[in-house]
Ligand binder design. Structure first.
Ligand SMILES: *[C@@H]1O[C@H](CO)[C@@H](O)[C@H](O)[C@H]1NC(C)=O
Ligand SMILES: *[C@@H]1O[C@H](CO)[C@@H](O)[C@H](O)[C@H]1NC(C)=O
Ligand SMILES: *[C@@H]1O[C@H](CO)[C@@H](O)[C@H](O)[C@H]1NC(C)=O
Ligand SMILES: *[C@@H]1O[C@H](CO)[C@@H](O)[C@H](O)[C@H]1NC(C)=O
Ligand SMILES: *[C@@H]1O[C@H](CO)[C@@H](O)[C@H](O)[C@H]1NC(C)=O
Ligand SMILES: *[C@@H]1O[C@H](CO)[C@@H](O)[C@H](O)[C@H]1NC(C)=O
Ligand SMILES: *[C@@H]1O[C@H](CO)[C@@H](O)[C@H](O)[C@H]1NC(C)=O
Ligand SMILES: *[C@@H]1O[C@H](CO)[C@@H](O)[C@H](O)[C@H]1NC(C)=O
Ligand SMILES: *[C@@H]1O[C@H](CO)[C@@H](O)[C@H](O)[C@H]1NC(C)=O
Ligand SMILES: *[C@@H]1O[C@H](CO)[C@@H](O)[C@H](O)[C@H]1NC(C)=O
Length: 679
């Protein structure tokens, strides 16, 4: 008995010693060796870049300006030393600078198993932390994916580049993952000011303020009822989704420490490795303080964007490079202004240098290995102009994996290259990786999606000219009336005033601009207040969509926690003498978002019976709850027999039939009724 007890104690002791050793290993960045002992007459910006491996479980990159400490061989970032701050990252054992994915419903850290030096020169160092999946060692806990995480540090550059090559070979098991991120968690005591855009930059609540607050309708939204860090924030709402951004605009965001003045910025110079097209929205920075690059997610879209691979399906994709930029401000400037302005300038510099010419991976082609497509797109709609083509002004034109019209919005495995055409519809798509693509486009102000009929093959050095492309949008007759602007967003509709008790004062009370109003918490609940007795009724020619069309057709709260669908009415007049034939009418119904919704269409007496048309259950983009003014785009074309309409006043009933909770519903993009075709 005593022996067994002793054995038990002995085993416990061994375990404790092992545990404390592993904790030490995790924390040893505190002992980052002093290596600033360099010749003091050389400016730091001219120091050569060094790789220091003093301890077996750490690797340090040092260019005199920044020291970057990695766990070896996992490749997570343990420390970033800059401007006298020993570590910009939060003091925790792990998970301060890391790549992860969502796999089997949980976050899965991508850990390297092997460290390699790729380049070691005075002017540039590139290192790799790779895990190599081995299909002949079946394991239930290992993701069937090889990930090569690369980091680059250059002489004189205050920051570092990060990218990762994801690969699957033939014969590997199936894989479904739906989120790929590079995440940094910064020191809570230092970083208090966040900037994601000119209109969203502010002193932020702390994680503790959130913890002391009151959760609202979902965990991400918190009322800061007890903001001890900064009492002025008390009564505001914080929700990380209020800081989401369309990928095309999400090129620089991050955090500022004011003492000493240090900025930490995520710069994403290209959208080529992002998914779902240029207006896909994703998270940026948020309370933590956290800064991320979200390479792939189903936010504001659909699970279709998840990366799902069949058994044996091979795949390779390079995510990044992104640039983590660090800056500092002079003693006599306001760091919040200076550092944000400087970060935006650096972003432009990175964009100008794209595609980078210094990455060493064979899988990242340099600019001379890429191709170019240019051309001219016009719109052919005789009901807009029957004598000539219409300019495709500012059209979005892009190359993405070959597929159906509009398929780019749920495409995630390949690369996408998007540009905006000029005012006359001329476009240039540069820096395209070799491969096969379809060319897609849409034109703000014009309904629907364009796809060029032929597949496009890009080879190194390709210059492909596509003259006189003509987009024939869906159209069968003259516009009798229209509501909204066909631009895939509900931003032009009526966005109610936020609740004063549930505000996020995005720009520390600079209210000179309404462009972020739709990001306020709780707007959906205004519907029931505006329409207490009956649902929205819109009369063509009397009402204006800017003032009278609520931005989302949400459910109605009828008490007792019960939410029901609603029926909106559009009243309009038909004068038969305005049309020259007795043909059918057409309803164009473009949605900017749908969340577990079903939209039914009825005209006049049909209100009593089955609908003329139903979308059936559609959508899971959750844009109402997450303050997006759009999610995925849907276009429905409904044939309306002329017998359903009558001379004089008519009513179109739009029923969103699915109740259940507050966040179900649709956002409209644009509605148009077309008369019978001209003869
Ligand atoms: C995969 O594992 C098998 C079995 O352990 C080993 O024989 C083989 O060399 C490994 N392959 C690679 C590429 O490491
Ligand atoms: C506010 O937070 C502080 C710090 O956590 C706590 O001591 C205090 O009790 C809280 N007050 C309320 C009213 O919750
Ligand atoms: C790489 O690109 C940079 C920035 O565009 C340029 O200054 C430099 O000369 C290029 N280097 C090479 C080797 O092409
Ligand atoms: C149609 O296009 C022609 C040529 O661009 C232009 O002169 C004319 O004003 C347009 N007509 C309408 C109705 O917009
Ligand atoms: C591109 O398409 C061509 C013709 O269909 C085909 O031969 C080629 O293998 C494709 N290339 C790639 C990279 O898929
Ligand atoms: C394209 O359109 C322009 C102007 O309409 C015309 O001059 C030119 O010949 C067309 N090019 C082709 C290849 O059709
Ligand atoms: C307030 O916002 C407007 C519009 O974005 C901007 O022009 C102005 O400079 C801002 N004012 C301050 C004091 O930041
Ligand atoms: C409210 O809901 C509860 C539970 O669903 C139900 O038992 C109760 O009868 C409802 N009350 C009213 C007034 O509808
Ligand atoms: C069409 O009918 C309306 C009355 O219903 C009348 O006011 C209008 O002048 C007519 N228009 C034409 C072109 O006949
Ligand atoms: C048609 O609707 C308009 C606007 O609501 C209204 O003024 C008019 O009286 C209605 N006409 C008929 C015949 O009901």
């Amino acid at each position: 008995m005593r022996q067994r007890c002793a054995l038990f104690l002995w085993t416990t002791l061994v375990i404790l010693v092992l545990l404390s050793l592993s904790v030490d290993a995790g924390r040893s960045y505190h002992n980052i060796p002093r290596r600033a002992l360099r010749s003091s007459n050389i400016p730091k910006t001219q120091y050569g870049v060094k790789i220091v491996i003093d301890t077996p479980n750490q690797v340090v990159l040092d260019n005199g300006l920044v020291q970057l400490t990695f766990y070896n061989p996992g490749g997570d970032i343990a420390g970033i030393t800059y401007n006298g701050i020993e570590n910009l990252l939060e003091n925790m054992d792990r998970n301060r600078g890391y790549w992860d994915v969502m796999w089997r419903g949980a976050l899965y850290g991508l850990q390297g198993t092997e460290f390699k030096i790729i380049t070691e020169r005075e002017d540039q160092v590139e290192v790799s932390f790779i895990n190599t999946y081995n299909a002949s060692i079946p394991s239930d806990s290992t993701i069937p994916l090889t990930v090569d995480k690369r980091y680059i540090m250059q002489r004189g550059r205050s920051g570092f580049y990060a990218y990762a090559i994801f690969q699957r070979d033939e014969g590997w098991p199936e894989l479904a993952m739906n989120q790929i991120r590079l995440v940094f968690k910064l020191q809570q005591d230092k970083f208090h000011y966040m900037a994601v855009s000119d209109t969203r930059k502010r002193f932020m609540p702390t994680a503790e303020d959130r913890n002391n607050g009151k959760q609202l309708a979902y965990p991400e939204a918190v009322l800061l009822s007890n903001a001890t860090s900064n009492p002025i924030l008390a009564g505001e709402v914080d929700d990380k989704y209020q800081y989401s951004m369309e990928d095309k605009d999400s090129k620089v965001h991050g955090w500022i420490c004011t003492d000493p003045s240090v900025g930490f910025w995520m710069i994403t110079p290209s959208t080529e490795f992002r998914i779902g097209g240029p207006i896909k929205q994703d998270l940026t920075s948020h309370v933590g303080p956290t800064t991320m690059s979200v390479f792939s997610s189903s936010h504001y879209s659909s699970r279709q964007l998840g990366l799902i691979f069949q058994q044996g399906e091979a795949w390779k994709k390079v995510f990044g490079p992104v640039f983590v930029y660090l800056n500092l401000a002079g003693p006599n400037s306001d760091p919040t202004t200076t550092l944000w302005t400087n970060a935006k300038e650096q972003m432009l510099e990175e964009v100008k240098n794209w595609p980078y010419n210094f990455t060493q991976s064979q899988d990242f082609p340099a600019s001379d290995q890429r191709g170019l497509v240019f051309g001219h797109l016009q719109v052919n709609d005789q009901y807009i102009n029957d004598s000539s083509l219409v300019r495709a002004s500012s059209a979005y034109v892009g190359l993405a994996a070959p597929g159906d019209i509009g398929s780019w919005q749920t495409e995630s495995k390949g690369y996408q290259f998007w540009t905006r055409a000029d005012n006359n519809g001329y476009f240039v798509i540069e820096h395209v990786r070799p491969g096969n693509y379809s060319l897609y486009a849409w034109v703000p102000g014009i309904v629907g999606d364009y796809k060029y009929e032929a597949e496009i093959t890009i080879k190194p050095g390709s210059r492909i000219r596509l003259d006189n492309l003509s987009y024939e949008p869906p159209r069968s007759g003259p516009t009798l009336w229209e509501i909204g602007i066909p631009d895939r967003s509900a931003a032009e509709f009526y966005i109610p005033e936020p609740y004063p008790t549930l505000m996020n004062k995005f720009d520390n009370n600079n209210h000179s601009d309404d462009s972020d109003k739709f990001r306020q918490y709780g707007l959906w609940a205004r519907y029931g207040e505006l329409y207490p007795d009956h649902d929205l009724i819109y009369t063509v020619g009397v009402n204006s969509y800017r003032n009278d069309w609520f931005y989302a057709q949400v459910t109605r709260n009828i008490g007792n926690n019960t939410y029901v669908g609603t029926t909106w009415q559009i009243q309009f007049e038909v004068r038969r003498n305005m049309t020259t034939s007795g043909g059918d009418y057409t309803l164009r119904l473009a949605l900017a978002s749908a969340e577990y919704a079903e939209l039914q269409v009825r005209f006049n007496e049909q209100i009593m019976g089955p609908p003329l048309f139903s979308t059936r259950l559609i959508g899971e983009d959750n844009a109402i709850a997450r303050h997006g003014i759009h999610g995925l785009y849907w276009l429905f074309n409904v044939n309306v027999p002329s017998t359903l309409l009558r001379e004089g006043n008519n009513t179109l009933y739009l029923t969103q039939s699915r109740g259940g909770n507050t966040f179900r519903g649709v956002m409209y993009d644009y509605i148009r009724l077309e008369g019978p075709p001209w003869q």
